[in-house]
Design a protein around this ligand. Structure first.
Ligand SMILES: *Cc1c(COP(=O)(O)O)cnc(C)c1O
Length: 484
């Protein structure tokens, strides 16, 4: 008989040596992050190395690790770098990194069960319910990110407010009314993915216009709801944004709560990053009304500074949350003793059955850093955004393109006395800055104008990085215009 095999190391001492080396190398990598370019493009030889046939024969771990060090580690998106301000990306922490290693080492299945990992996730959910002002005992689930958290909440909203048994009958039966939901034109594009995926169709979503501060126009939204009801459609959900992706605008959340009540709609808040402002005592009033929502979705891998991927959905009422997902096939039934106590505690709150221990990094980060320190860093980012806004306003050649309500500054280079295609100029400035490796802002279009968009969710950013960025924009702007 052939000897049986296992995937445990043949040589545990060698595994220990390589493992320790990985930790040392990774800490060095984090210590020196400021010394490297914020971003550089992936060279051809790495593209070739990462495009090979499936390896049929294995290789020693140390060799595989060397290839990682040569070809993978040096070419990141750059989101760890202090000069990274693109989109809404997080940076991660040493604690989060180590916790992810522990979680993978322990590798529990967190669908539920009588195990400590499930209690850790329950604990984390309870902490965030408390921090967001939600009632004790609110339901929640950790998921991969705000997209999935929002979709989870939308499924709950639909189940609760459709007015018929959507789980049994779906949307295809003849008397099903056209379900409608409402938000603003500034809502993140997760909403369109959700409408497509859930069979609602994109046209189920009514996007209300926004005011000058990029907040939803509540009166226009009310008019749209009334019109749909007159047409025999069934409005079921109203969406608010606590921090829009373009400009960081926070909708009038209390006003939206009242509007939802007027028409018996579910009120959900997409607070992907903005909800976390609740952790800063100064910023908390901006989002305080989120505590009145029926559900909230937010990310911890953005403004919670934790490693990818982890987002959270909170649902005020546990019964309503489970009513949208719970199923009990015989092979997942719970017993009163043994391992299978509350077998599907978490699986009953979402789509995933097998689930990773992503709660561990959240639990360890909060315990080590404390919610107050995370709140201070969030406030630091808000103050940095205000500082950058000040620099832009003080420079005649720079122009703020949207109010700065949180941590996002949208601006451009523009000398009105010159005749230039400012959209093309600013795109070129942005690309030059990214390619120089000094910083990574991203872009958006506001009112037809190309904006250099700086979103600060970065615990490594310092004021000097923003001084440098403002100088670089002006310098590149002059070069681009004088080169025609
Ligand atoms: C990032 C973001 C999302 C999507 O979150 P993911 O974690 O990327 O899935 C949704 N809404 C807003 C406002 C966001 O900033």
């Amino acid at each position: 008989m052939k000897p049986e095999e296992t995937l445990d190391p043949d040589d545990w001492e060698e595994a220990r040596r390589v493992g320790h080396l990985m930790i040392d190398d990774m800490l060095d990598y984090l210590i020196t992050v400021r010394e490297r370019p914020a971003w550089r493009s992936v060279p051809g030889e790495t593209k070739t190395a990462l495009d090979e046939p499936a390896p049929m024969d294995g290789a020693p771990l140390s060799e595989v690790y060397d290839t990682f060090k040569t070809h993978v580690l040096p070419y990141p998106t750059g989101n760890l770098h202090p000069g990274f301000f693109g989109w809404v990306m997080g940076n991660g922490t040493v604690t989060g990194m180590l916790a992810d290693m522990l979680a993978s080492g322990m590798n529990p299945h967190v669908g539920g069960y009588d195990q400590a990992a499930a209690l850790v996730e329950r604990q984390v959910i309870a902490w965030f319910a408390e921090l967001m002002g939600y009632p004790n005992g609110a339901s929640g689930l950790l998921v991969t990110g705000a997209t999935m958290a929002n979709i989870n909440a939308l499924a709950v909203a639909r189940n609760e407010k459709a007015g018929f048994d959507i789980r049994e009958r779906g949307l295809q039966h003849e008397s099903a009314p056209k379900l409608r939901l409402y938000g603003s034109v500034e809502t993140h594009n997760w909403i369109l993915k959700a409408c497509e995926l859930m069979g609602l169709g994109r046209d189920a979503y009514r996007a209300a216009p926004v005011n000058d501060a990029y907040q939803i126009d509540i009166d226009a939204c009310r008019a749209a709801i009334k019109q749909d009801i007159e047409n025999g459609d069934k409005p079921f959900c109203l969406l608010g944004s606590a921090g829009t992706v373009n400009t960081g605008a926070i909708d009038n959340l209390a006003g939206l709560r009242a509007l939802a009540d007027e028409f018996d709609l579910w009120f959900h808040i997409d607070g992907a990053f903005g909800s976390l402002a609740a952790l800063s005592p100064q910023a908390r009033p901006l989002v305080e009304a989120q505590a009145q929502a029926d559900s909230i979705a937010f990310d911890l891998h953005k403004w919670g500074y934790m490693p990818y991927d982890v987002g959270c959905v909170l649902v005020r009422d546990t019964g309503v949350h489970e009513a949208a997902f719970k199923q009990t096939p015989s092979y997942l039934s719970s017993t009163t003793r043994g391992l299978s106590v509350e077998t599907t505690y978490f699986a009953d709150k979402g789509v995933q059955l097998s689930r990773s221990f992503r709660a561990l990094k959240v639990w360890m980060s909060l315990k080590e850093q404390g919610a107050q320190k995370i709140g201070r860093l969030i406030q630091q980012n808000i103050d940095q955004a205000k500082y950058l806004e000040g620099l832009v306003r003080a420079d005649d050649d720079l122009e703020v393109l949207a109010p700065v309500s949180l941590n996002i500054v949208c601006f451009r280079y523009c000398r009105h006395e010159d005749d230039a295609d400012w959209n093309a100029v600013n795109e070129e400035i942005l690309l030059r800055i990214q390619e120089s490796g000094s910083a990574v802002p991203s872009q958006t279009i506001l009112d037809g104008n190309f904006a250099i968009r700086v979103c600060i969710t970065n615990h490594r950013t310092r004021i000097e990085d923003l001084d440098q960025l403002a100088k670089d924009v002006v310098r590149h702007g002059r070069d681009v215009v004088s080169a025609g």
